[in-house]
Design a protein around this ligand. Sequence first.
Ligand SMILES: Nc1ncnc2c1ncn2[C@@H]1O[C@H](COP(=O)(O)OP(=O)(O)O)[C@@H](O)[C@H]1O
Ligand SMILES: [Mg+2]
Length: 408
Amino acid sequence: MAVIAVIFGRFIRKLSKNAQNFTASANSIVEESLTGISNVKSFTQEIFTLNKYKVSTDEIRKLNVKSGLWRGVFVSFIIFCLFGAIIFIIWKGLLMTQGANPELSSQGFYQFILFTIMMGASVGSLPDLYASIQKAAGASENLLEILNGKTESNFISGDQKFEFLGAIKFENVTFSYPQRKDITVLKNISFSIKPNDHIAIVGASGAGKSTIASLLLHFYYEFNGDIKYDDISINKIEIESLRKQIAIVPQEVILFSGSIRDNVSFANPNASDDEINSALKKANAWEFVNEFPDNLNTEVGDRGIQLSGGQKQRIAIARAILKNPKILILDEATSSLDSESEKLVQDAMNKLMIGRTSIVIAHRLSTVREADKILVLKNGELVEEGSHDSLIKLKGFYSKLVDLQNIH
Ligand SMILES: Nc1ncnc2c1ncn2[C@@H]1O[C@H](COP(=O)(O)OP(=O)(O)O)[C@@H](O)[C@H]1O
Ligand SMILES: [Mg+2]
C-alpha cells in the first residue's frame, strides 16, 4: 500500500506541476500585456490578447480536471485501505469480546471504536477546512475589488467614427496624472497641426513630451481644455476608431513573446506574409530578419530580449507601417541607438512619415531640423514654436538647447 501511495503521489505531483507551469505561462501573458498595455491599446488588440490568455487558461483547466480525477482515485484508494484497517480492528476486537471470559467488554469496545473515529475525523479535517476557507475568502476579496472597478468604457463615451484627415489641435490643455494630482505636468498647452504636417516636440526629459502622446491616444480622460481631431473633440470620438488611426513607435519598444510575424502582424492580424515582408522592407528590418534561419518564424523571446534595441525599434516601425495610420507618433525612437542603427531607423521613419501627420518627439535636436514646426516644451509649458531657422533667429530657449548640443 505504501508503495502504491508513493507512486500515486509522484504522479499527482507531476500533474499539478504541469498545471503550475501552464499557470505561470498564463500569468506571463497577463504580465506582458499589462506591461505593454499601451501597445495593446494603441493597436486595439484587447480581444486578441484576451483570446491568447483564454487558450492558455483552458489548458490549465484541463490539467486541473485531470489531476482532480486522479486525486479522487487516490483518495478513494486511501479511504478504502483505511476502512479495511478499521474493519480489521473491529473484527479482531469482536473476537476479543467473544467467549465465556472476554478480554474486553463489548460496551467498552464499541465506545472505543466510535469515539476514536469521530475524534480523528473531526479534528483531522479542521485545519484543512480552515485553510481553505481563508484562502477562498482572501482570493474572492481581491477578485471582487477588481470586478467592481471601472473600465475604460465607463469614462469614454464618444461614438463618432470617421476617417481622419490628420489635423490636430490642443486647446489650453492642462493635465496632471491621476496618481500625482498635485503636480501639473502640462500647463495650458495650445497648438495646432495641419494634415500631413511634420511636427517635432523637443525639450528636456520630464518636460511632458510623452504625456502629450498619451493624451493624443486618449489614455487619460481627465484634463482641462480640449484636444481635437479634424475639429472634433476627442471626447466625441469612438476610442477604437481613434486608436486605429494613430500609430506610435515608443522609445522603449516592448515585443511580445512569439515570432517576428506575430509581432509585426499585431497591427493587423489578417496581414499576409507579403504585406508583412513589405512592411519589414520599408522599416529597414527585412535584411536582418532574413538572416535569421527561421525568418518570420524567428522567436523574439520574452519581451523581445533576443533582439537588439535597434532591431526591436525597426520591428516596431514595421508594425506601425502595417497599421497604415493617418497619424504617426515617434517617441524618441532613435535616442537609444548607435549611429549606424540610428541612420537606418531614421531612414525608415522618414519613409514612414510621408503622406501622414507625424509627431516626432526628440531629445537629440539633429533629428528635427527638417520639421514643418517645432514645439519647444519646458517644464510642461510650451515656450516656443516655429521652424528651426525661425527659432534659431529668436535666440531663445531652443537656440540655447542647440548650442548645448553643438549642432548648427
Ligand atoms: N504615469 C505617470 N504617473 C505620474 N507621473 C508621470 C507619469 N508619467 C510621467 N510622469 C511625470 O510627468 C512628467 C512628464 O513626463 P513625460 O511626459 O514622460 O516627459 P518626457 O517625455 O518629456 O521626458 C515627469 O515629471 C514625470 O515624472
Ligand atoms: Mg518621454
